[in-house]
Write a protein that binds this ligand. Structure first.
Ligand SMILES: Nc1ncnc2c1ncn2[C@@H]1O[C@H](COP(=O)(O)OP(=O)(O)OP(=O)(O)O)[C@@H](O)[C@H]1O
Ligand SMILES: [Mg+2]
Length: 422
């Protein structure tokens, strides 16, 4: 096992455009790191530079304490699973998994032991004699994974390994990968553009945009304390709503109504800006008619005309279009395009309790949890209300929970009775 340390990594392809631009990222020994971002942001390129399949234009790549910029892929001792993993159709599951060990000329009895251990871990034991054509999609995916983990690699690298699977299988495999990684405790870098995978799998998530690193943190930190408009819009589904607002003292005038800021720090953060973008997560709205008096006073109530509703059983989404000045609308459209989002930006999405009686076409009152709103600078996109104390607390909390998880894992591993050699 080894840490992966990237310093100022740049990749320029033939046309000179930086596909990866000055990325510095430390993946700790045993850590599960997610790389996420819209299509074309450089995720695969970065991963391929870690493995050695792509030259590094400039910067330094370390694995453990070794600089590997010019080290051949084979000498890096890493294992990679690709999106379009290919199994050898003429080989059995056993031989597919054994393949890297055969290449490395590992003695036969050891191949046998390692393949069987791996197959047991992935619940493939009963399929070892089959050919890939006779396996389900999920089983094939597990064979590909088996081939990657059968070697004692220093790190695992995954490039969207589940994107070819249907939703249900993805869910299952996601849980399996998570369990497997914790069990093996091997440093892992996992590329995805799936929200759920990004939020649930990793210890930390690194968000990339146009080759540049935007923010690295625990899923909670990214969700609760995004550094900028891009991360705020990318993390969370449906996306955070961004409303243009004109500040006036402690008040913000938005197209949905006036919001009062109770937190002086937020008022101060606005400075002398004449316009800001207010970020409100869909879940931070409620149907005002279902909110108690006390709670009502602790937030703001706005009036809105609901355009469409979607009742999902556990939640009710209501879509609320609003008017925005053309320059803001343009900025929001650009952001939406960049985020690969189909969410229209001059329309707020609110997630309400499913017991709400709100219907399409209604004029309604919505309650906003103003304590949780964010304010962004419309030109730089910077989050003006990021709370550094809260960030530190979240980081400490996530370190503690990771440590507890690892400790539990160690005990669990020790409790497995030794295998009797006879
Ligand atoms: N061999 C290449 N030659 C020239 N440009 C390339 C090459 N490979 C990738 N690129 C460009 O580099 C940028 C990053 O590509 P990359 O494949 O790393 O993106 P990605 O984040 O993995 O996207 P996706 O989510 O679609 O897989 C893109 O603009 C892409 O067009
Ligand atoms: Mg890719």
């Amino acid at each position: 096992m080894a840490a992966i340390t990237m310093s100022d990594i740049v990749k320029r392809y033939g046309d000179g455009f930086p596909a990866v631009n000055r990325v510095s990222l430390d993946v700790q020994d045993g850590e599960f790191m997610i790389l996420v971002g819209p299509s074309g942001c450089g995720k695969s390129t970065l991963l391929r530079m870690i493995v050695g399949l792509e030259d590094i234009t400039s910067g330094e790549m370390r694995i453990g304490d070794r600089i590997v910029n010019t080290v051949a892929p084979r000498q890096r001792n890493l294992s990679m699973v690709f999106q379009n993993y290919a199994l050898y159709p003429h080989l059995t599951v056993f031989e597919n998994i054994a393949f890297p060990l055969r290449l490395a000329k590992v003695p036969g009895d050891e191949v046998d032991r390692r393949v069987r251990d791996t197959a047991a871990l992935l619940e493939l034991t009963e399929h070892l004699d089959r050919k890939p054509a006779h396996l389900s999609g999920g089983q094939r995916q597990r064979v590909a994974m088996g081939r990657a983990i059968v070697r004692q690699a220093d790190a695992f690298l995954f490039d969207e390994p589940l994107s070819n699977l249907d939703a249900k299988l993805r869910g299952q495999m996601r849980t399996e990968i998570s369990r497997l990684q914790r069990r093996l405790g091997v440093t892992t870098v996992y590329v995805t553009h799936d929200q759920t995978e990004a939020m649930t799998l990793g210890d930390r998530v690194a968000v990339l945009r146009k080759g540049e690193l935007q923010q690295v943190g625990s899923p909670r930190e990214l969700y609760e304390q995004p550094e900028n408009l891009f991360v705020a819009g990318f993390i969370g589904s449906p996306s955070m709503n961004f409303l243009p607002a004109t500040p006036s003292g402690t008040e913000l005038r938005t197209p949905l109504g006036t919001l009062r800021l109770d937190d002086q720090r937020k008022v101060d953060a606005i400075g002398d800006r004449r316009i800001v973008l207010v970020g409100i997560r869909p879940a931070d709205f409620e149907d005002a008619s279902l909110v108690s008096h006390g709670k009502r006073a602790r937030g703001a109530v706005v009036r809105a005309r609901v355009d469409v509703t979607e009742w999902l059983g556990n939640e009710l989404y209501a879509y609320v279009p609003y008017e925005a000045p053309e320059d803001v609308a343009m900025r929001l459209r650009d952001l939406s395009r960049e985020l690969d989002s189909d969410q229209l930006r001059t329309q707020a999405v609110v997630a309400l309790d499913p017991s709400s009686r709100i219907h399409a076409g209604d004029d309604v009152e919505l309650w906003v949890n103003t304590a949780r709103l964010h304010l962004f600078d419309p030109s730089s996109g910077l989050n003006l209300t990021r709370d550094e104390d809260a960030v530190a607390a979240l980081a400490a909390q996530s370190d503690a929970s990771r440590e507890a998880q690892r400790a539990a894992q160690r005990t669990e591993t020790q409790e497995v009775p030794p295998i009797d050699p006879d």
